[in-house]
Write a new protein. Structure first.
Length: 648
């Protein structure tokens, strides 16, 4: 039973409520009622910062269908709560949420009644909760991109870009950002399924670990179905109340492998797991199955350390991009936007996307689209550019988050690799945090130990146990740009262009083994800007345009490149935008050409970044409204000319 209609919200302490959208965010609800201006318009983003400092209440009155009340168990399930929330049903506290990336499930059978029920979710300010966590922890942690006066983001399991980034304003959202429902079940429910494959000449041996919650004493029949045919059955008895792992194995007599785009076809099979008895099914789990083996080869060779993806035993050159969330207010984007971005990748002849660690884990629809399109997914865990707390409660929260995501995503043939974090290792070793944050030697040692504990021990071991099918790398990049080690070992984020003020020609001499980030900024078209800025602001150098530029490099880096590449100093906004886009297209073409020319020493190129989360200048190839910038056509051409290099 979905609970997505009839919600109302109010600021905690206020007696006036308004109807609310669920899934949604408090900012979009406030905008819809005219209570705040659109933060994307003008410089309004500065006037709405107070929203993230307040507490908000969402309330729903609902009635339960008689059939649901007859079930043995009824769970209230939130697929996503952003972020600190107290959940009440009929005035009883069910629990407290503290992680945007987790699913929250509460047993509510005893609390539900046949008449009207009242569900309330109280959202606490992420700013205030973060400050309290910081105070309790006793020491601040580096977080360069956090634009708050106090850097609380390391202590909050919330999308990092919400705290501000060099392509995103600071907008601390809250709300029921994913669907909420009542789930009735009897005796058993399937929580997830972990799939392992072993390939032979005659097909594939498939092993499935079904994670099944069971209650009662009688036997439970767990079955696997592939393409509509029953292929495995196991009868199990509950071992107390809670989850049990039920192993199922079968042979898939099909030799056709799943391949990424440009390397072959993508045959898919439908896997279905059921739990029940002779009288019927109680619970079902379904997922796509493709026969594929993706290995990350990091062997030491004559150059240094490789970083090569081997698909079904063959080395494949990866052509792709980095992905950021498609909106500051995520429910507004919806599945259709995520799927459109996959279509953009497909049109541009890509075969890999890196889901960057400062955003969110994409929805199921995104991964299903990647399965179909042949886009391999490099999935960062949601950590970027900050050190992490070392307390047990934080680590336990993270491990529960990762478990949720593995159960949801690991079966997809498009999933290629898990990565622990974005740039934390190189930041700690090269960005001077110890000095800029005045970190003592004792605290420095503790922070590094806490970092290693989470990313090199806890997550490494946890993912190896949960999902041994996929490689895990603790961080990206492995080595810093500007060093010889970075060119010889592992993946590289090359930022000599842009951050280092180097000419575009430097791409030729800075090719790593796998270049997983590089880029150059451009502005979106003036037609897009005109939707969010008054005509009086559409001139080169206006304060409104300056506020939209969030990089510390400002537009000076773009102007310098225009002068260097084209010998021109634009004096009008239209000319400046056009030349910024031409410069970006030239930069990406030169970079991709250099990476492709270095094959097989270099085995991948992922530019930063595919898309935008709001209307402003950035490194994106597709603007906030989905229009391709000139650079995307340049990428399409460069990738398309080499589209069949890796065909088996």
């Amino acid at each position: 039973m979905m609970l997505d209609e009839g919600w109302r919200f109010h600021e905690l302490g206020s007696m006036t409520s308004h109807d609310a959208d669920v899934p949604g965010t408090v900012h979009t609800d406030l905008m819809r009622h005219g209570m705040i201006p659109d933060p994307f318009v003008g410089m309004n983003v500065d006037s709405v910062q107070w929203v993230g400092e307040r507490d908000w209440s969402y309330v729903l009155d609902f009635e339960v269908t008689p059939g649901l009340l007859e079930r043995e168990h009824i769970d209230l399930v939130f697929d996503g709560l952003d972020t600190f929330a107290e959940v009440y049903l009929n005035d009883s506290l069910l629990g407290r949420a503290n992680n945007m990336f987790r699913t929250w499930r509460y047993d509510v059978r005893r609390l539900l009644r046949s008449g009207t029920n009242t569900l309330q979710v109280v959202f606490r300010s992420p700013e205030k909760e973060g400050r309290e966590a910081l105070s309790a922890y006793g020491r601040s942690l580096p977080a360069d991109n956090d634009q708050g006066a106090v850097k609380v983001s390391p202590f909050v399991r919330k999308a990092g870009y919400h705290f501000g980034w060099d392509f995103a304003p600071r907008l601390l959202t809250c709300g029921i950002w994913k669907p909420v429902r009542l789930h009735g079940w009897d005796r058993a429910r399937i929580e997830g399924a972990l799939v392992r494959q072993h390939h032979g000449k005659g097909g594939g041996a498939i092993h499935v670990d079904a994670i099944v919650w069971m209650t009662g004493e009688g036997p439970v029949q767990v079955q696997a179905w592939c393409d509509g045919a029953r292929v495995a059955t196991r009868t199990v008895f509950p071992d107390g109340r809670g989850p049990q792992t039920v192993p199922l194995s079968f042979e898939l007599m099909d030799t056709a492998r799943w391949w990424p785009a440009g390397s072959g076809a993508r045959p898919m099979h439908q896997l279905r797991i059921t739990a029940g008895d002779a009288a019927g099914e109680w619970s079902t789990w379904e997922g796509a199955l493709g026969l594929v083996d993706v290995e990350l080869d990091q062997r030491v060779d004559s150059i240094g350390e490789a970083f090569t993806f081997r698909v079904n035993g063959k080395p494949v050159f990866m052509k792709g991009c980095n992905l950021v969330p498609p909106d500051m207010f995520l429910p507004r984007a919806g599945d259709s936007t995520w799927v459109r971005l996959v279509r953009d990748m497909q049109r541009a002849h890509m075969n890999m996307v890196r889901v960057w660690g400062g955003g969110v884990y994409p929805p199921d629809a995104f991964f299903t689209a990647c399965d179909t399109a042949g886009i391999l997914v490099w999935q960062d865990l949601m950590f970027a550019n900050t050190m992490v707390p070392g307390n047990d409660a934080f680590r336990s929260n993270v491990l529960a988050e990762v478990t949720d995501q593995v159960f949801r995503l690991a079966h997809h043939p498009s999933l290629a690799v898990w990565c622990g974090n974005n740039e934390v290792d190189v930041a700690w070793k090269n960005w001077g945090w110890q000095g800029s944050y005045s970190i003592s030697q004792e605290d420095s040692l503790q922070m590094w130990n806490d970092y290693q504990q989470l990313f090199h021990w806890d997550l490494q071991g946890w993912l190896q146990d949960l999902d041994p099918e996929h490689a895990y790398v603790p961080t990206s990049p492995v080595s810093n740009w500007g060093s010889q080690a970075g060119l010889r070992n592992g993946d590289l984020h090359y930022w000599g262009v842009w951050h280092g003020d180097s000419a575009f020609s430097s791409f030729r001499n800075n090719v790593g083994r796998f270049v997983s980030e590089y880029g150059f900024q451009s502005w979106p078209d003036s037609a897009l800007l005109a939707r969010y800025l008054p005509a009086s602001a559409l001139w080169l150098g206006s304060p409104e345009l300056a506020r939209r530029q969030l990089s510390y490099k400002t537009d000076k880096a773009i102007l310098a490149a225009i002068q260097h590449e084209f010998g021109e100093n634009p004096t009008t906004l239209g000319r400046f935008i056009a030349l910024s886009q031409q410069a970006q297209a030239s930069a990406y073409h030169q970079a991709i050409s250099a990476h492709l020319a270095a094959y097989p020493r270099c085995m991948g190129t992922l530019f930063w970044q595919l898309n935008d989360c709001w209307p402003g200048p950035s490194w994106s190839a597709v603007d906030y409204t989905g229009n391709w910038k000139p650079v995307m056509f340049s990428v399409q051409s460069a990738y398309g000319l080499n589209g069949m290099r890796d065909a088996p």
